[in-house]
Design a protein around this ligand. Structure first.
Ligand code: UDP
Ligand code: MG
Length: 329
């Protein structure tokens, strides 16, 4: 779509999209490693850094780098929109005519794996994703919750199956990027969207390193929200569950209600039963509030989608100027 020529310059074959949010500690080191790897491929390339409203010196650093590295494009969003949206912005502005690679800036995704991803693409595979063999440097708590989440998604995902232990680090062919960019929903669960697009895919195994420097921008609150996002944007199963819970309660109520009425008629003593009454009222109250919450989740999503706002606002866009490698492609 947006391939070939932009502003009179030939488009590079590969684009590397890097969302950055307060990464001044690692970004220079990251680019050095990335450039070494990319230059060795002998294909023209660009690096699209998406500044997701960084507050520190990340942008200044990237501008300085760009002066000596013409392959750098810098897209500044007007504020922090979150990684998922930052990635989408990067994909929107990636000019790579052959394929686009998405990678984190914190060196947890080793740039040295990119040649393997590219090799997969050259074999004709559309989506080559990097699959973690281990999660070094992460707490057992994070490992356990991530594990539980992937297993849950495998249960409820239906036809759209998420490969487990796969992050956003991957290569996508131009046609799969164009397909992905047609999905403009506001609630973006990228791993799920990637899976929804389909196309032949392949995994490349790697060991995920601990963060090189800086601190993670995630916490359990954010991860929990991302999981809710993942589930509610891919399945309406929680609503179905609420229905079945209602049916089960109604069936139980009929049996138990019948017993209570019969007992009162036979023994003529309708008064006792305060504890059971209390238990039933509190239980039902809880179930009802929970179900309302589930409905509210979906309703909130409908509300946000119907507003039809743009996904992000671009503050500034500096394109890569020339992207010629040492060897011609
Ligand atoms: N990131 C971003 N916007 C955010 C949070 C993170 O663009 O609001 C970027 C961040 O700069 C990094 C990548 O997304 O390049 C992954 O973030 P992080 O390492 O904090 O996540 P984790 O690896 O812990 O999942
Ligand atoms: Mg990280």
């Amino acid at each position: 779509m947006r391939a070939e020529v932009v502003q009179g310059r030939a488009a590079p074959v590969l684009s590397v999209v890097v969302p950055v949010f307060n990464e001044e500690a690692v970004v220079a080191c990251f680019h050095a490693r990335l450039a070494t790897v990319m230059d060795s491929l002998g294909l023209s390339w660009e690096a699209v850094y998406v500044d997701d409203g960084s507050q520190d010196g990340t942008v200044r650093l990237l501008e300085t780098l760009r002066a000596s590295h013409p392959e750098i494009a810098l897209l500044s969003l007007s504020r922090n929109f979150g990684k998922e949206v930052a990635m989408t912005a990067g994909l929107d502005h990636a000019r790579g005519s052959g394929a686009v690679i998405v990678i984190d800036a914190d060196l947890q995704d080793p740039p040295e794996l990119i040649p393997e991803l590219v090799a997969g693409w050259q074999d004709g595979v559309d989506i080559v994703y990097a699959q973690r063999r281990s999660r070094a440097g992460e707490t057992w708590m994070k490992k356990a919750t991530a594990h539980a989440f992937y297993r849950l998604m495998a249960r409820v995902g239906g036809p759209v199956q998420l490969p487990p232990d796969v992050g956003d680090f991957r290569l996508m062919s131009r046609r799969s990027v164009d397909a992905l960019l047609q999905l403009r929903e506001r609630h973006r669960f990228m791993k799920g969207l990637f899976a929804w697009v389909g196309f032949p895919s392949r995994a490349v195994l790697y060991d995920r390193a601990p963060r090189a420097a800086g601190t993670t921008k995630w916490n359990y609150g954010r991860l929990f929200n991302l999981s809710v996002e993942g589930i509610t944007s891919f399945t309406t199963l929680p609503l179905r569950l609420a229905t079945w819970m209602g049916v089960a309660t109604a069936v139980f109520a009929m049996g138990y209600g019948g017993e209570v009425v019969l007992k009162a008629m036979i023994y003529g003593d309708p008064v006792p039963g305060y504890p059971s009454l209390m238990a039933v009222i509190l239980f039902l109250g809880g179930v009802q509030l929970m179900t309302l919450g589930v409905i509210g989740e979906y309703l909130g999503r409908v509300f946000n989608e119907t507003k039809g706002r743009p996904l992000y606002i671009v503050g500034r866009h500096l394109t890569s100027s020339m992207a010629q490698p040492a060897a011609a492609s």
